[in-house]
Design a protein around this ligand. Structure first.
Ligand code: C2O
Length: 661
């Protein structure tokens, strides 16, 4: 169900416009109004994002005194306030100024009415019988669908998703990669930006897509529910805008997933009880289907149609829980055009590698003899000696011109030759091929130069515990940490609520900016450095500060590739490498010209990656390894980004239906 914004009063939809008003109310023009207007008009004509226009206007009108009477008056006007002229404005000394601005608002809101939409959706989280690998499980789904519904929007649109929990577990939904400017309450990680939606409860997520285009996705952010509670979020360019590549004939989202022949919640609960590693999955899936190589699966294998000569867009999403995946199509090449909802400088490759959380948009041309070709994904398993699911999921790229119609199933698809499970060279060649499409503005003056050692650990068996609760290596329990802190979520308040309401005792803000002890991170690490400390430590940033983080993998217990995801932000990956990061050697290799913009970085096995971002989104933002098994063990931390000056730099008020603990 979708409605145009004009139709329903639009409570949250004119967010940028309200932002503009408040900017206006806060300040008065310093330059000529005509100049301001023509600048805004010019920007609109060039389809600059609303956020950009607001920023420019804000800059232009900053610094003059406030007129509270007008603000009050406009607030009372409700939904159309921005589009009507205020009589108070006309009486006031800045009369002509406000007249102009009112005109501007009318102009801009008309622009937005014709362009941006508000999409309303209902998500009912419920147990649903799902049969895979010959057996039916009562899986938790959204609206009875596995994977869940695909959401399709345009850049600039607003989503209003009412989530109703009819399952027997707590749940939250996270909109992975959505920047959530000022709308941190809609981000979703349980106990971080909200308390969970209890069974029988509901919560409405409202947020606007600002300046992001490409493929993102949504998933449950509570325990391991995202094993079955996930779906694609497709963001097309604004109406009237086009892709920065030839328009594809068809577009197909391909969600790579992981399936347990068990209840995934039981799997993680057992691991938490025993302290051992959780069971690996029993199958990978493409759009929910394991494919031809598994028992009882071939008749439901996902078919992706294509016609000879066509160029189509595939939106590949790794929605698996715990495994980086290689992805290939037999005899075909990909042109990579986007990742994590940012465009990239196109490059060709025959194989993709995605960590959980990452998305990659690729073009594929049907330039092979008409036939059927396997689309396949299997593990990139970087941790030496650690068990992993070594099965292969397949779908079929089927040429319509193969003219097989009724007997298609009898044509054996061409097999895809996959890289070896431990082919780090192929993974690295892929991850280091990414560039932004053009020169970008990478922060160069760094306010916070951080160094995070990320990796596993082992907890000594707690005193008084039984051996059956310490079934990790040598009678320990598995753990993971950043800078030796094994992150613990609160249970009585969300971090964001505690921050916003000043509730003491929920967290501390002393997350260390460097490891408490320096050591040879990727060498032979002394056993005494294997035990992290459990706590809820956050790191505080002021609005607008610039941050660099060296994400340094460790070889504690085992070195492994970690997909590190930051909520609420995209960051530039300016460099990656193997071994220990060495500032005097490695800083000179930073790409400060056209590094890729991502929300999840693959930190190489036994290596490091360096990311940079500007803290321009107030709130509490989780950063964690997107291997769910590692979050369970504590491989996470969170940033507090304080409010800046004025409404546009301030977290919105919490929604009235925000779940409490
Ligand atoms: Cu894709 Cu914290 O999540």
């Amino acid at each position: 169900m979708e409605r145009f914004q004009g139709g329903d009063g639009g409570q949250s939809n004119n967010r940028w416009e309200m932002g503009l008003q408040s900017g206006v109310q806060r300040g008065q023009g310093t330059g000529s109004i005509e100049h301001l207007l023509s600048r805004a008009q010019g920007m609109l004509n060039q389809s600059h994002s609303e956020a950009e226009i607001v920023r420019v206007l804000q800059e232009s009108i900053r610094g003059l005194s406030k007129n509270p009477r007008i603000e009050e008056d406009r607030r009372d006007k409700g939904p159309e306030g921005g589009e009507r002229e205020s009589p108070v404005a006309l009486r006031n000394p800045f009369c002509s100024f406000f007249l102009f601005l009112s005109l501007l608002l009318v102009f801009m809101s008309t622009m937005q009415m014709t362009n941006a939409k508000v999409h309303h959706h209902d998500f009912v989280v419920q147990a649903t019988p799902v049969k895979r690998l010959c057996k039916t499980h009562n899986s938790i789904t959204v609206n009875g669908m596995y994977p869940g519904p695909t959401l399709e929007v345009n850049n600039g649109d607003t989503l209003v998703v009412n989530v109703v929990n009819r399952a027997r577990y707590n749940v939250t939904i996270h909109w992975h990669g959505v920047r959530q400017m000022r709308t941190g309450w809609a981000d979703g990680p349980e106990f971080v930006t909200q308390c969970p939606i209890r069974p029988g409860g509901s919560y409405t997520y409202r947020f606007t897509i600002q300046g992001q285009e490409g493929t993102l996705w949504w998933h449950a952010h509570s325990s391991w529910l995202r094993a079955t509670v996930y779906g694609a979020l497709i963001i097309r360019p604004r109406k009237g805008d086009s892709y920065p590549f030839p328009k594809p004939k068809r577009e197909t989202p391909l969600l790579l997933g992981e399936w347990w022949d068990a209840n995934p919640i039981d799997v993680v609960r057992q691991a938490t009880r025993t302290g051992a590693a959780p069971n690996v999955s029993d199958a990978y899936t493409i759009n929910g289907q394991p494919g031809d190589l598994y028992n009882c699966s071939s008749k439901d294998t996902t078919i992706v149609p294509i016609d000879s000569g066509e160029t189509n867009l595939l939106r590949v999403i790794n929605s698996g829980l715990n495994q980086q995946l290689f992805f290939k199509i037999a005899n075909h090449k990909f042109t990579v055009v986007g990742a994590d909802a940012s465009y990239v400088k196109p490059f060709t490759t025959s194989v993709l590698m995605l960590g959980p959380g990452q998305t990659t948009d690729v073009l594929i041309t049907a330039d092979q003899p008409p036939s059927r070709y396997y689309i396949a994904a299997r593990a990139y398993a970087s941790a030496q000696g650690a068990p992993f699911d070594n099965t292969t999921t397949t779908a079929i790229l089927e040429y319509k011109s193969a003219n097989c119609q009724t007997k298609c199933a009898s044509i054996k698809p061409v097999r895809a030759i996959m890289p070896a499970f431990n082919d780090t060279a192929t993974a690295t060649a892929f991850t280091t091929s990414f560039r932004s499409p053009r020169k970008v503005e990478v922060p160069t003056k760094i306010d916070h130069n951080l160094f995070f050692a990320v990796g596993l650990g082992l907890m000594n068996c707690p005193r008084g515990s039984r051996s059956r609760n310490c079934q990790g290596p040598n009678g320990t329990r598995f753990a993971a940490s950043m800078n030796n802190v094994s992150f613990v979520l609160p249970s009585n308040f969300s971090l964001l609520q505690a921050h916003q309401q000043g509730i003491p005792g929920v967290f501390t803000t002393d997350f260390p900016g460097a490891p408490p002890v320096k050591f040879d991170y990727t060498g032979n690490v002394s056993r005494s450095l294997w035990q992290p400390v459990k706590s809820t430590k956050l790191y505080k940033l002021k609005y607008g500060e610039t941050v660099q983080i060296v994400l340094q993998g460790t070889s504690i217990f085992t070195a492994e590739n970690h997909p590190i995801h930051l909520h609420g932000y995209d960051f530039y990956i300016v460099a990656e490498g193997f071994g220990n990061f060495n500032p005097s050697r490695d800083t000179s290799k930073f790409n400060l010209v056209d590094p890729p913009l991502r929300n999840t970085a693959s930190v190489p096995v036994g290596g490091w990656a360096v990311i940079r971002f500007v803290a321009d989104n107030p709130g509490v933002w989780l950063m964690h390894c997107h291997l769910d098994v590692h979050i369970t063990w504590g491989l996470a931390m969170a940033f507090i980004v304080e409010d800046g000056v004025g409404e546009l730099q301030t977290l919105e008020a919490p929604p009235a239906d925000l779940p409490v603990c």
